[in-house]
Design a protein around this ligand. Structure first.
Ligand SMILES: Cc1cc2nc3c(=O)[nH]c(=O)nc-3n(C[C@H](O)[C@H](O)[C@H](O)COP(=O)(O)O)c2cc1C
Length: 303
């Protein structure tokens, strides 16, 4: 089986990536597998300045999933470039930097800082900053904002492919994807977490200090599949599937509905070697299904 995939200016040795925020800066996972085995890794969301994140507790377990409200804790772009990036095997495995900001200009500045870094294969734009002045709704929910942010990143990104990561917390995911395409995105990734909350009846208190958080894990896979299917059918851009992927079958489900690659997120919290194992398991499942490459299988769902 030829596991290689190429799309939107990215060439990966296999379609398995790690999802931002669930794989640290990559280095933390070296004890669990060979990073060079992965198609790529997406690092924790990086902002211009370091961020402390939200108060604890920031994680709560839910049926078939988890809620998190980490609050984009990160070391900031300068320390990432100085201390982390040089230690990653970026020549062998694509290192994708997830960008976090709350204004189009800030996104542009981040992209400009990373555009010249040889070790960065692509930029992934997280448009899910909560807009406090508008009741906490993510500003990435508005297509006009998504377009503006995408344009700002694309203008400063040089020749790095720009991936726009879409939030499922919208009524029309295709409108969001189209806005990213109009802004010049090379690739879409979907989905980010679904907004949710959990409460404790005895303490009469929320389980997260931030009250609301993002739901992830197996519980959201049907939503992710639906979003990727809608995006891949409606738009000419390649899509990276995310949401509840823990097995080779999960990954092939996303490819069947149109994804070019997948990202493994919450499953890594259960087993830190999940993404590494998935590379072999996908190969084995493709053998079982007699697939020579992903080309003929991708998007071949019969309806
Ligand atoms: C603890 C945690 C932190 C996350 N941090 C980020 C982040 O910094 N940037 C981002 O775009 N997505 C972030 N996400 C979302 C994931 O990358 C992914 O889109 C989501 O969890 C759905 O995939 P999963 O069901 O496989 O976890 C985070 C998710 C979790 C669970």
């Amino acid at each position: 089986m030829d596991m290689r995939v190429s799309f939107g200016g990215l060439s990966l040795k296999n379609p398995v990536l790690t999802a931002s925020g669930t794989f640290g800066y990559g280095l933390e996972f070296m004890p669990y597998g060979d990073l060079k085995k992965l198609g790529g890794l997406v690092v924790k969301g990086i902002s211009l300045k370091p961020r402390q994140g939200n108060p604890m507790p920031r994680i709560a377990e839910t049926p078939a999933g988890m809620l998190n409200a980490i609050g984009l804790q990160n070391i900031g772009v300068e320390i990432f470039v100085r201390d982390k990036l040089p230690r990653l095997p970026w020549r062998e495995t694509a290192v994708i930097v997830n960008l976090y900001a709350c204004a189009a200009e800030e996104f542009g500045e981040l992209a400009a800082r990373l555009a010249g870094e040889e070790g960065v294969a692509a930029l992934e734009v997280n448009v899910s900053c909560p807009n406090v002045s508008e009741g906490g709704a993510a500003f990435g929910a508005a297509p006009s904002q998504i377009r503006r942010v995408t344009e700002a990143v694309k203008r400063s990104a040089g020749d790095k492919p720009v991936i726009v990561k879409l939030s499922p917390n919208v009524t029309d995911i295709v409108a969001a994807g189209r806005a990213a395409a109009d802004g010049g995105a090379d690739i879409l990734s979907a989905i980010n977490t679904l907004t949710g909350m959990a409460v404790d009846v005895r303490k009469r208190a929320p389980r997260l200090a931030n009250v609301v958080g993002g739901l992830s894990g197996p519980a959201i896979k049907p939503v992710g599949l639906r979003c990727v299917w809608q995006l891949a059918r409606a738009l000419p851009l390649p899509v990276i599937g995310i949401g509840g992927i823990a097995s080779a079958e999960d990954a092939l489900e996303y490819i069947l509905v149109g994804a070019h690659a997948v990202q493994v997120g919450t499953a890594t919290f259960l087993r830190p070697d999940t993404a590494f194992r998935l590379v072999d398991e996908i190969d084995a499942l493709c053998g079982e299904l007699s697939l020579q490459s992903f080309e003929g299988y991708r998007g071949s769902l019969s309806i």
